[in-house]
Design a protein around this ligand. Structure first.
Ligand code: ZN
Length: 203
């Protein structure tokens, strides 16, 4: 199982971090060990002093493929949820400054959180999915799939030009504006279309 992540897929978020808006999707990966397993506590990692949440729509790959054309891409994923791409922002800033890879900031154990799966078949319009995140009951991030620079189909197609995609792989499709810090004791709740899909306490 592989976890693909997309960076800078919402213009408003690229701007808030002072990044240019890329023409092509920014792709990075997390290993399988990054996925927080159900009923497992989430602990604030020791190596960071600036842990950020990034709420994202997450796709579940349902078919193996390679070199998938845009127009067929929707056959390759069947469910969606919201998740968090946890990021050690202080470490990321250091790595970015040196032009080094991001894994230490993004790919550590339990840095990928996902909620309950929702089948695509039950959604009205995949290009109009509202989602977001509450921190301690306060709305901190809100986005809509219509604001993505690269939509689900073009992401799947693009990724498959470089990597085979396989059943069970996950694709984190990028975060909207509003990323911010969490501290021990914070409670996060991710929602999609008004439905709560996960809650998590930072321990
Ligand atoms: Zn992200």
């Amino acid at each position: 199982m592989k976890i693909f992540c997309v960076g800078r897929n919402y213009a408003d978020h690229a701007k808030e971090l002072g990044n240019a808006i890329p023409d092509e999707p920014v792709i990075f990966m997390k290993p399988k060990s990054a996925l927080l397993q159900p009923h497992t506590p989430f602990y604030y990692p020791e190596f960071t002093n600036e842990l950020h949440y990034e709420v994202e729509l997450v796709l579940r790959v349902s078919k193996n493929g390679k070199y998938i054309q845009d127009k067929f891409a929707n056959k390759y994923y069947d469910a969606i949820t919201v998740g968090i791409d946890f990021t050690a922002r202080d470490i990321q800033a250091e790595l970015k400054e040196k032009g080094l890879p991001w894994e230490k900031a993004k790919a550590w154990d339990n840095s990928a959180v996902i909620g309950k799966w929702v089948p695509f078949a039950s959604l009205k319009n995949k290009n109009d999915i509202n989602f977001g995140l509450y921190k301690n009951k306060e709305l901190v991030q809100q986005g809509n799939s219509k604001s993505m620079l690269h939509n689900f189909d073009s992401l799947v197609s693009y990724i498959s030009n470089y990597f085979s995609i396989n059943i069970g792989d996950l694709i984190f499709t990028g975060t909207p504006a509003g990323v911010g810090e969490v501290v021990v004791g914070d409670e996060l709740e991710g929602f999609m279309e008004q439905e709560s899909l996960f809650t998590l306490e930072v321990k």
